[in-house]
Write a protein that binds this ligand. Structure first.
Ligand SMILES: Cc1cc2nc3c(=O)[nH]c(=O)nc-3n(C[C@H](O)[C@H](O)[C@H](O)COP(=O)(O)O)c2cc1C
Length: 401
């Protein structure tokens, strides 16, 4: 399928360089669609971009000839169609203003409304004065976008149009084009792969109203499911009832107890190629579940029994499946952590074990960031430094596939 890249041009002084980017993309047989902000049109006009792309440039959400009856009859809205048919969105140059608007979810013109409506990956290419770039509010907005899975092409350092020297120059069009081609090729990377992701924490009943659970949120699993989906895989997420729901049209089944999850995994594992088992499964369950609500006025003894690990059973259900297990450890030295991961790899016959130390701040349960070690059967260990879970998910996929 021919890829379509939608380029949003905002009013950074480097916008004229986007003509070169359009030309490069066209030589790669990529369809290009252009949207400009009103300020960018005032600064540069549309003509050079229309000439380079050979297509109409979009700016106005509503034009003077707008006819709502026509929209209702045709059931077609221009910006939604563009949002839906994009393989990739690129905002180049990205002003500080558009970065703030996207981070805040503002949709007050053609570009921002289309960006909010798209499910395609978005590459943000900032360019601005060095003091704008180092302004904490700009950095905070960018960090927010990174945390949500937006891709950022960092600006270069050098002479700036405003006379300053420093970071803020738009990355060269050829480098942006390379990034675009990488992201587009990634979008087909897992085509025809069937991938299961388990996510969130199990919950075991004590009595009719109380449960034993853990602090897993499903964020890491959800990020992996989304990353697999964006790389073209057919994804099934088995998620805890209270865990977060991934974006996109990802098939999901819900579990509550470890037994529920085991039944679902057993059912699906046979017909899938890969499983990321990120769910935090209870190692213990109450020996007896009480079919009543325990009286709060009295103390009681809760006896727990250990249950066999789902991770250790997966290869017996499907020996050919690629198994990626996750192991949480608590305040271990790096050596202890790696040894624990290696042991887990052997015991579970996993192809990879991803270990994180949940005793560290900003790592593991319920937070948006993680730091992981990837251990493979080749004995190879790779550390992925603390970063947003969406970024960690992308790096895990790069390593595993
Ligand atoms: C000559 C000139 C150059 C500008 N260059 C930049 C720039 O490189 N980066 C930036 O963030 N803003 C730049 N601005 C400011 C933006 O144009 C301004 O913030 C505008 O409101 C952004 O609107 P837009 O994001 O809708 O295009 C420039 C303004 C002028 C007048």
């Amino acid at each position: 399928m021919k890829h379509k890249v939608v380029i949003g041009i905002t009013s950074g002084i480097a916008a004229y360089k986007i003509v070169d980017l359009i030309k490069i993309l066209k030589t790669q047989n990529i369809k290009v669609e252009i949207i400009m902000t009103a300020t960018a049109v005032t600064m540069f006009g549309k003509e050079m971009f229309e000439k380079a792309s050979g297509k109409k440039v979009y700016t106005d959400l509503i034009t003077n000839d707008f006819d709502y009856q026509e929209v209702l009859k045709k059931r077609e809205v221009e910006h939604i169609k563009i949002a839906d048919t994009a393989s990739l969105f690129v905002i180049a140059p990205s002003t500080a203003n558009i970065i703030a608007k996207v981070a805040a979810g503002i949709a007050d013109d053609f570009l921002t409304t289309t960006l909010l409506a798209t499910t395609a990956p978005v590459l943000v290419c900032p360019s601005m004065n060095v003091h704008m770039w180092t302004n904490p509010i700009v950095q905070e907005n960018l960090a927010k976008l990174k945390g949500m899975g937006y891709f950022i092409k960092e600006p270069d350092s050098g002479e700036l149009a405003c006379g300053y020297k420093g970071v803020g120059r738009l990355s060269e069009p050829a480098k942006i084009a390379d990034e675009i081609l990488k992201l587009l090729s990634n979008s087909d990377k897992l085509k025809r792969k069937k991938i299961i992701v388990t996510a969130g924490g199990t919950s075991e009943p004590i009595d009719a109203v109380r449960t034993i659970t853990n602090r897993a949120s499903g964020k890491m699993g959800s990020a992996i499911a989304e990353a697999c989906f964006l790389q073209g895989a057919e994804v099934l997420i088995l998620r805890a009832k209270n865990s977060i729901i991934p974006r996109y049209d990802i098939k999901s089944e819900v579990f509550e107890t470890a037994k529920d999850l085991e039944n679902l995994a057993k059912k699906y594992v046979k017909s899938y190629d890969v499983i990321f088992h990120t769910a935090a499964v209870s190692d213990f369950i109450p020996e007896n579940k009480l079919d009543k609500k325990l009286d709060s006025g009295q103390s009681f003894t809760l006896k727990l029994k250990s249950v066999p690990k789902i991770l250790h059973k997966i290869k017996s259900w499907n020996p050919k499946i690629k198994l990626i297990g996750f192991k949480a450890v608590y305040k271990l030295s790096e050596k202890e952590l790696i040894d624990t991961g290696m042991k887990k790899l052997r015991e579970s016959k996993s192809d990879f074990i991803i270990v994180n130390d949940v005793g560290k701040e900003g790592v593991g349960f319920a937070v948006d960031t993680n730091e992981v070690y990837i251990i493979s059967t080749k004995g190879f260990v790779e550390k992925i430094k603390k970063a947003p879970k969406k970024e960690i998910a992308g790096k895990i996929l790069d390593f595993v596939f």
